[in-house]
Each structure stands twice: as structure tokens, then as C-alpha cells.
Design a protein around this ligand. Structure first.
Ligand code: WTA
Length: 702
């Protein structure tokens, strides 16, 4: 099976007929006149301004939305392809742009409203002035107490609390590169990332509320430190915020000389102001680790100028954020959506951004709508998994609450038309426009979406490329498939854009290999037209220019909108002593889209007992986190293999999803297929179904 080999065959050549099970073209919906009347982007000239002939100058429109201490000299520098550089010669500071510059007009306005999970705790509001004070004081602490300097990396492992954006913006103020690790990841996952980024300081939270429980989060810090140390990175300081200042909510002892409560130290920096560091446009702003096709997550390195310009521009045009809006994105700040569209984009536009600590359905299915009603949220942003979950928990709940959204976003996975329609009619009350935004951690911001006041919405389709993004569908040979042919291929972006990552942290080769080798027309060329970006998603392009995204064509599984590398899970399984071989495949799930199924064979001398299954699950939760918990662990006598000994994951995926296993007669051990099928599906032979594209083609290259 291919790992990082971009030349491996992918899911191309499938026709509309074959993908019909996914879903067909739907009828369009139009934005309401009321929405259009107030929208930021209504001028049809935008299409012309961002047309290919005006590339890359078109993106000056986004850069001009920021305050630069020094204006750039070059918009796009293509000297070292595909390491594109944006707005070079320019200097700016992201923290200044998200905070200081709003003080003159908006200092009294809510920047962040943080809603604690316990409903008897009042929401906490940070005005722009208050955010300014907190960011400055924490920046002073990071500089003077932790000794952090421009260019150093810091790993932040925190839940959804106000202190997380405060910490990010304080880093940005100093030019310290933050690497936020999703709060739900394990201590080990945090430690691996801290080691890879070379962080010597960790920023932590003692605990937080989730699903009615107080989670002891600090407990994971010890594991993070031990893991980082094993990887050769020592941690000198852990800065621990307390959920309730003065009261420690963790059972884990603080280590003297290493662990410090922020609320105790910060008093020494009261009133201190830290001059925002003038950052070069190309200086890195942050790292965000994401799963790829190898066992090790990669550090996506985002630049300062291009990234901030791109998230600001798309927040204004696609999210339609105005300063007077109350905007609520339910994603976690620990993912790219949270970085771009909870923190940097909305704050750069002086909006009010809502942060919710807990579980959307806690304590009941009305919670989200109560929050929306109380805060008068008018822009709502979430994932298909959350929409499916809310719909299941309380299909009629939204109508009980008096909120009105003007705009709603869906992101992270394809949304089924039926779910889209519930979102539109019930959550949006037929008033709100919907944007289905397609993009990736590597992209910084949206790639495909409708322009909310200008383009009709089509359920199940993300839409055309957003302004300045020219996507295309390429077949295996690199030929462009014209619109309307209804043949699936690989979605690629023909041009560079300011939000794309600079590189994979510490691994330039991997960056080139992963995204550009497959379709690069001429490695010696400095013309960006020779370097299409390979996204690793299958897609179809309709005659009207709308893209339908069919899912990953590599071995990444999208679980509840979160990327999991099958190789990452397999490596975790192989650390369990009894396990000889492991294969991970995606299974369709009504709520989460996909979940992993795990197949293992055992070393000689071990019997297939329940304890081993439990041990494998516990290991995965410890090494990655609860989000990677498999649906099932199947212990099998042997794996289906080719004659050359490769595990046929395609066959296992077909069995897990009751799909046709195809021709297995050429396997080295064809009999094992029926044996595994009976083990998984039971003795009675189930009729094979037709399935979605990503499941049918998973592991096809083996
Ligand atoms: C998938 C999340 C269909 C896709 C912002 C992509 C989507 C992966 C959509 C990136 C969408 C994201 N429709 N699929 N609107 N948005 N995806 O890096 O497979 O966590 O490659 O970024 O999610 O996930 P990531």
C-alpha cells in the first residue's frame, strides 16, 4: 500500500451513475432579500476582480483589510517553488490586528463571550479592552517569566476557555509560534507534538466541564512531559491556568520549580504592556498538527501575513461577519476551524466571537438554541456531525427558542441533502443562508463555498472555488476533467493562495511530496501554473461549476469531521504486545460519518480474548485520544493478503460496511475472507450493498 507515494492510483474514473448512492444533484435555494440587503459581498464585480487574469494582485484586497507596520513590496514571490511567499517585505503583528487596532472604536464591545457548560454559571464577556489587558499581561509573563523569544515554539494543550485565545494572541504578540493541541487529545499525543516542535514550555489548564463532569486535564501533562522527554525534548515549565482561579481542579500534584499557576504569577505583570513584535509577513504564526498518510502527524506551518489576510478576507466575504454580529462557531479552537474562524478571522474583523465550553446536547437537546437565544447569535457555524447529533437529539427543539440566524456554515465533512434541509428549514427557520465550506488544515481558510449573497445554495454541494481559488478535477494522468462530465477525480487547486501552509514543520520534502509531486508539470519551473495543489479528496464538478466532495482518496479517515490517519492507529495497535498485524478501515456511521474498525492478528501463542480487545482500545485512547476510539476490534486468524504479503485493507473495509468484496481469488489466502466475513457479519450471508465512494475505494491501491 502506498504511504506517502503520491503516484499511487486514486479514486478516479468513477461515473455519476456509480456515485449515485452518494447523492444526486439537488435543486437550488436562493438567499433571502433581507440577507442580501445587508451582506458584505454583493457586487458582481468581485468575480472579475478575483479572476485568474488578476491573480495574484487580487489578494491585495484581503491584505488591505489588515494594518501593516510596513507595506509589502512583492505580493507573490515564486522564486522557490512550491514554497510560495506572500506579501514579502511587509511587516505586521497578528495580535495587534486582532486586538489593539479595534480599541479606538470598539474597546467596550464584547470580543469574546465564553459560555461555561454548567448552566448556572453566567457567560463571561471579555471586551476588546479586557482582551487587550489580558493578552498584554500574559505576553509579559511569557516573555519575562518563561523567557520566551520570537521564533520559539510553545505547545498549548487547553479546552474551550477564554484563556486559550488569550494565550494564542499573547504568543502572536511576541512572535512566539504557538502549537495548540486539541484538548481531547491524550497527554502522549501532546508530548509527541511538543517534542516535534521543540517546545520547552507547555501551557495547560487544570480542568474543565464536559458532559456534566469536571475533567482532570492537568493529569495528561505528566504523560506529555514523559513522552516529550523520551523523544529527547525536555520541558522546563508548565504554565497552568485554573478554571477557578485560586482553586485547583486537578488531583495531579504540581511539580515544584516546573509547574506554576498562572493566576499566582500574573499579578507580577499587572498593567504591563508589551509592544507587538513587528513580524515579517513570512514569519510563522503557528503550527497545527494533522494526520497524514504516515504514522506521524505533520506540523502544518502557517505564515503570519498571508494567513491573517486570507482568514480576514474570507471571514468578511464568506462568513459575512460585520463588527455588530454575534458569531458562534461551535468547532474546537484546537482544530484549524477554531484557529481561523473562532479566533483570528472574527477578531481581526472586530466581531463578537462566542466560545462554548461543553457538549452541545448537555444538559439537554435545547442547550445550543438557548445559548443562541440568550446571546442573540446571528451567525452560526458547525459541522455535519454536530447537526446530525442535534437533529437526532431534538428534531423540533430549535422552534422552541427565539433566535434568528442570518447565516449558517457547515464544515469538515460532506453534508447529506436531507440533513442540509433540516439545518435550513428547522435550525435556520427558512431565513438563514447556508455556506457549505470545503477546506483543510493545510489551506488556512476556505477553498470552495458559495458566496452567500450571490450564489444559489445546492444541498450536498460545497459550491465553486471562493474568490481567487481556481479548483479543478484531474484524472490520474493529470488531465483536467471538464465540468459536467460527472466523472469523479482528484480535486486540485491550480494556483497558490495566501492561506496555504508554508511547509511541513522541519520536513520540506514531505511538503513537496504530499501536495505537489503528483501533478507537478515541471519541477524546474518557477511558474505557479506548473504546480497544482493536490488535496487528496475525490470530487465531481457539475456543469454549473459546483464541486461535490466525495471524501479522502488516501488513508485518512474523517471521524466526526476530524482527521485520523489509519497508519497512526495501526502504529498504536502494534505497540500492544500480543498484536502481530493491524489494519484499520473506515465504517459508515449515522452520526459521525465514519468511524474506525480495527482488525488485528495475534502473535503465535496468544488466544483471542476480550482482554486483548480492551487493551487495544485503551492503548489507542492513551496514544491518540478518545476521538480515535474504534467501533470494534476484530481479532482475526490471519489478514487477507496479496501474494506479495500486503494486507488487503479494501477487502476488510468491504466486510465492515457489507459491501461487495470483489474478486479475492488471487489472494494468497482467499479462504480467510469468508471466515472474516462470518466473524463480522454473522453466519447468514448479508446482501452486499452499494456504498459511498470513499468506502468502496478505500485501500484500492493495494
Ligand atoms: C473533509 C477541516 C466535504 C475533506 C476544515 C478534507 C469536507 C478534510 C468539507 C479536511 C466539506 C472538509 N465537504 N468534505 N465541506 N470540509 N472536508 O484538515 O475530506 O480537519 O480533506 O480541515 O475534511 O479536514 P481538516
Amino acid at each position: 500500500m502506498s504511504t506517502d507515494d503520491p503516484k499511487a492510483p486514486e479514486s478516479v474514473g468513477t461515473t455519476e451513475g456509480q456515485i449515485a448512492v452518494h447523492w444526486r444533484e439537488e435543486e437550488s435555494f436562493q438567499p433571502s432579500a433581507a440577507f442580501v440587503a445587508q451582506a458584505n459581498l454583493t457586487d458582481p464585480a468581485v468575480n472579475e476582480r478575483f479572476a485568474e487574469k488578476n491573480f495574484p494582485q487580487c489578494f491585495i484586497e484581503y491584505a488591505d483589510m489588515l494594518d501593516w507596520t510596513q507595506r509589502w513590496t512583492t505580493v507573490l514571490d515564486t522564486e522557490d517553488p512550491p514554497f510560495w511567499k506572500w506579501f514579502t517585505g511587509g511587516q505586521l503583528n497578528a495580535s495587534y490586528n486582532c486586538v489593539d487596532r479595534h480599541l479606538a472604536q470598539h474597546k467596550n464591545k464584547a470580543a469574546l463571550i465564553v459560555v461555561p457548560e454548567p448552566e448556572d454559571e453566567e457567560p463571561i464577556t471579555l471586551t476588546y479592552q479586557e482582551l487587550y489587558v489580558r493578552v498584554n499581561e500574559f505576553a509579559a509573563l511569557l516573555r519575562d517569566f518563561a523567557g520566551l523569544k520570537k521564533g520559539e515554539r510553545v505547545t498549548i494543550h487547553m479546552p474551550m476557555v477564554a484563556e486559550l485565545p488569550v494565550a494564542m494572541l499573547a504568543c502572536a504578540r511576541l512572535g512566539v509560534v504557538h502549537s495548540v493541541v486539541f484538548g481531547g487529545f491524550s497527554g502522549e499525543a501532546c508530548g509527541m507534538r511538543a517534542a516535534d516542535s521543540g517546545s520547552r514550555v507547555l501551557i495547560y489548564m487544570d480542568g474543565y466541564h464536559r458532559g456534566g463532569k469536571m475533567i482532570d486535564h492537568k493529569a495528561s501533562a505528566e504523560i506529555a512531559v514523559a513522552t516529550a522527554e523520551m523523544e529527547g525534548q525536555s520541558i522546563d515549565k508548565i504554565l497552568v491556568w485554573r478554571r477557578y482561579p485560586g482553586k485547583y481542579c486537578s488531583a495531579t500534584p504540581m511539580v515544584k520549580g516546573r509547574d506554576f499557576f498562572v493566576d499566582e504569577v500574573i499579578g507580577n505583570y499587572r498593567g504591563v504592556r508589551v509592544e507587538p513584535e513587528a513580524m515579517e509577513s513570512e514569519d510563522p504564526l503557528f503550527l497545527m498538527y494533522t494526520s497524514g498518510t504516515t504514522g506521524k502527524p505533520k506540523g502544518c506551518q502557517h505564515r503570519t501575513g498571508g494567513y491573517l489576510a486570507y482568514v480576514t478576507g474570507t471571514s468578511k466575504y464568506i462568513q459575512d461577519i460585520h463588527p455588530e454580529d454575534v458569531y458562534w462557531c461551535m468547532a474546537d479552537i484546537g482544530w484549524i476551524t477554531g484557529h481561523s474562524y473562532i479566533v483570528y478571522g472574527p477578531l481581526s474583523l472586530a466581531a463578537t466571537s462566542v466560545i462554548y465550553e461543553g457538549v452541545p446536547t448537555y444538559p439537554d437537546a435545547g442547550r445550543v438554541w438557548r445559548i443562541a437565544e440568550r446571546l442573540d447569535v446571528n451567525i452560526f457555524h458547525t459541522s455535519p456531525t454536530a447537526i446530525r447529533m442535534l437533529r437526532k437529539a431534538g428534531p423540533l427543539e430549535p422552534q422552541k427558542y427565539h433566535y434568528h440566524f442570518k447565516h449558517m456554515t457547515t464544515v469538515g465533512e460532506a453534508i447529506e441533502p436531507e440533513v442540509w434541509k433540516w439545518y435550513y428549514h428547522v435550525v435556520g427557520k427558512d431565513e438563514a443562508v447556508i455556506v457549505d465550506t470545503y477546506w483543510q488544515t493545510e489551506n488556512g481558510g476556505f477553498l470552495c463555498s458559495t458566496k452567500p449573497a450571490m450564489d444559489p445554495m445546492k444541498p450536498g454541494s460545497a459550491g465553486p472555488g471562493v474568490p481567487g481559488i481556481y479548483p479543478c478535477i484531474l484524472d490520474e494522468q493529470g488531465n483536467e476533467l471538464p465540468a459536467g462530465t460527472a466523472i469523479a477525480g482528484n480535486i486540485c487547486i491550480r494556483n497558490p493562495w495566501p492561506g496555504i501552509i508554508q511547509t511541513v514543520w522541519g520536513d520540506r520534502d514531505r511538503f513537496v511530496r504530499q501536495y505537489y509531486s503528483k501533478y507537478c508539470k515541471n519541477p524546474a519551473s518557477k511558474d505557479w501554473r506548473d504546480w497544482p495543489y493536490f488535496a487528496a479528496d475525490g470530487a465531481v464538478l457539475s456543469a454549473d461549476g459546483y464541486f461535490r466532495i466525495l471524501g479522502r482518496v488516501d488513508d485518512v479517515i474523517n471521524v466526526a469531521g476530524h482527521r485520523l490517519g489509519t497508519k497512526e492507529l495501526e502504529s498504536a495497535c502494534l505497540t500492544v504486545e500480543e498484536v502481530a498485524e493491524a489494519a484499520v478501515v473506515p465504517v459508515a456511521d449515522d452520526i459521525k460519518g465514519r468511524v474506525p474498525d480495527i482488525y488485528v492478528s495475534l502473535k503465535p501463542g496468544y488466544a483471542p480474548v476480550r482482554e486483548i480487545e480492551e487493551k487495544i482500545i485503551a492503548t489507542i485512547e492513551a496514544m491518540i485520544g478518545k476521538i480515535a476510539r474504534p467501533r470494534k476490534v476484530w481479532i482475526v486468524a490471519d489478514m487477507p493478503k496479496t501474494r506479495s504479503g500486503k494486507i488487503m485493507r479494501r477487502v476488510l473495509a468491504a466486510i465492515s460496511n457489507t459491501l461487495d468484496t470483489g474478486d479475492t481469488s488471487t489472494l494468497a489466502n482467499p479462504d480467510i475472507v469468508e471466515q472474516i466475513r462470518q466473524h463480522v457479519q454473522g453466519n447468514q450471508k448479508l446482501e452486499a450493498k452499494d456504498g459511498p465512494e470513499d468506502l468502496k475505494t478505500f485501500g484500492k491501491e493495494e
